[in-house]
Design a protein around this ligand. Structure first.
Ligand code: FAD
Length: 502
């Protein structure tokens, strides 16, 4: 008998479910709903591949939700916007307000468009290391990460051969060689092109042929501008969702044998809350990567200048990573070369027009999960769509402050090896800047009240409800999360395919 699946959210993790379920079954059909608009053809393409600057800016703006017209670039303060780094903000809109008594996460943001944040991301796909790994998945994790790398088109050959990349790697490697740290080009998701450029992966590559409108139309439909406002429960099981067409306001009920909620780490728990599904751990254990970021004006003669007439340097192709090491360097560090300063400089800055270029450097540290770092949902103060308003209670504790100070020391060494920090740098970025929110619907090995779903992403005690996204990651981790979340989605989709077909 044929089965029907409803997927809520069209980012990389929802796309993994769509592709995997269609590929692994013969008679499962699905509807994917996405609150935002389609930006590109193919669907969900990384907007960084749009060459026309005006069209690219338009695509970013279209992802910033209905309030973006009033708020400019989503009301995000300029100066935190450093395109091409983990602090890149355009294409997103702020989500959530600080809870009473907390500073919250002033920079917490999301994207609302086909492809989700995967249409805007910077494509860094390092693997989790040591305690960052989800221990109860054991040896299963590595093959899942392999599958995720294939889905995302991860390449370990990102360096374009740019002489600046090779020289940057050399300088940083020499600085940390004595510490025994692994300094390497960062693995990124993209396809190197014959002309030397890179086609950056978006959600389109995860969707595969589904990124082409009308593909496999007998079994797959993507409905844009469609908001899931509530999951439908019958006898304790989820059997569908109420969907709102945002252009007309019309609501209808969609029935399904399974519902996958892949609506990001902030809005997935809000949807469960709105549906009356409120396990103890829902919205709790919120983590991200506290981040110390700085830009260095490179010392003259250290890196080769960009030759006149040479192709422009794409900063994301010149990324050097210093890998996480449990004992010696429990951080993920990323350094990007750019010939122009990636942040605005005062006109009289001594670092303006530095002919040797700039290196942006971010050190991300772990945030340990605590039940009290959490989302709170306000039914009486709803968001613009009438869904529960999100409040955020979140603190960076002494433990993370200590880690930030250690990271600062490593960063200072890299900076001194390369040149001089520009005015006002480095800075600890405001909470939420990482865009990597985790833990809010965390998975766990047991239903002991500290997790929302099992290791196959199935919500404890609610048949028919499967979750996806960074919110499932239960560990304190400092590496970019998408590779891990796609790996978890592969595992969950395969388990769901088995359940639907047996
Ligand atoms: C600028 C930028 C740079 C980044 N760089 C990196 C990086 O280098 N490496 C990395 O690992 N990660 C990076 N990220 C984060 C990465 O993009 C996310 O981890 C990833 O996209 C998460 O995928 P997802 O499918 O879980 O959710 P998303 O991609 O967030 O997609 C969720 C989708 O659900 C939709 N939705 C929400 N609620 C509803 C609802 N009720 N009904 C219908 N639809 C709904 C949203 O509109 C959205 O499109 C970056 C993000 C940004 C914005």
């Amino acid at each position: 008998m044929s089965s029907r699946v409803l997927i809520i959210g069209s980012g990389p993790t929802g796309a993994t479910y769509a592709r995997r379920l269609l590929d692994r079954t013969d008679d499962v059909s699905m509807l994917m709903v996405e609150a935002g608009p389609a930006l590109t053809d193919p669907l969900g393409m990384n907007v960084r591949n749009i060459t026309d600057p005006a069209a690219r800016a338009e695509a970013k703006k279209a992802s910033q939700g209905p309030a973006s017209d009033q708020a400019g670039i989503a009301g995000i303060p300029t100066g935190t916007a450093v395109e091409g780094t983990v602090t890149a903000r355009q294409g997103t809109h702020l989500v959530g307000r600080a809870a009473d008594g907390s500073h919250g996460m002033p920079a917490a943001a999301a994207a609302t468009c086909v492809g989700g944040q995967g249409a805007h991301w910077t494509c860094a796909t390092p693997r989790p290391v040591g305690s960052e790994r989800i221990d109860f998945l054991g040896d299963e994790l590595d093959p899942l990460l392999d599958e995720a790398e294939q889905l995302l088109h991860t390449t370990h050959e990102a360096f374009s051969g740019a002489p600046q990349a090779i020289a940057l790697l050399d300088v940083v490697d020499k600085e940390f060689a004595g510490d025994g740290l692994l300094v390497q080009p960062l693995p990124v998701a993209g396809d190197p092109q014959p002309d030397g450029s890179m086609r950056w992966s978006g959600t389109d590559v995860v969707l595969g042929d589904l990124a082409h409108r009308g593909a496999r139309a007998d079994r797959f439909e993507l409905r844009t501008g469609t908001l899931a406002v509530r999951l439908v429960l019958e006898n304790g099981a989820v059997v569908g969702a109420v969907l709102r067409d945002l252009s007309t306001g019309t609501e209808s009920e969609e029935r399904a044998d399974a519902v996958v909620v892949a609506a990001d780490a902030l809005r997935t728990p809000a949807l469960l809350w709105a549906s009356g599904i409120r396990p103890d751990a829902l919205g709790r254990y919120l983590t991200e990567h506290p981040l110390i970021f700085g830009v260095v004006a490179v010392r003259e003669g250290l890196l080769p200048p960009v030759a006149p007439g040479a192709a422009p340097v794409d900063p994301v192709r010149v990324v050097v990573g210093v890998r996480f090491d449990e004992e010696r360097h429990p951080f993920h560090a990323q350094m990007l070369y750019s010939p122009v300063c990636p942040v605005p400089l005062p006109p009289d800055s001594p670092f303006a027009d530095n002919s040797a270029g700039y290196v942006g450097m971010g050190w991300g540290v772990r945030k340990w999960p605590r039940a009290e770092d959490r989302l709170l949902f306000e039914d009486d103060v709803p968001d613009a769509n009438g869904l529960p308003g999100i409040r955020i209670s979140y603190e960076v504790t002494q433990r993370e402050q200590g880690q930030l100070e250690q990271a600062r020391a490593f960063q200072a060494r890299a900076a001194a090896a390369l040149g001089t920090f520009i005015d006002g740098m480095p800075v600890v970025m405001p909470p939420g800047s990482s865009l990597h929110y985790m833990g809010t619907v965390r998975m766990g090995p047991d239903d002991d009240g500290t997790s929302v779903c099992d290791s196959f992403s199935q919500v404890w005690g609610v048949p028919g409800l499967v979750l996806a996204g960074n919110g499932l990651i239960p560990t304190a981790n400092s590496c970019n999360p998408t590779l891990t979340s796609v790996a978890l989605a592969v595992r969950g989709a395969d388990a769901l395919a088995d359940r639907l077909t047996t």
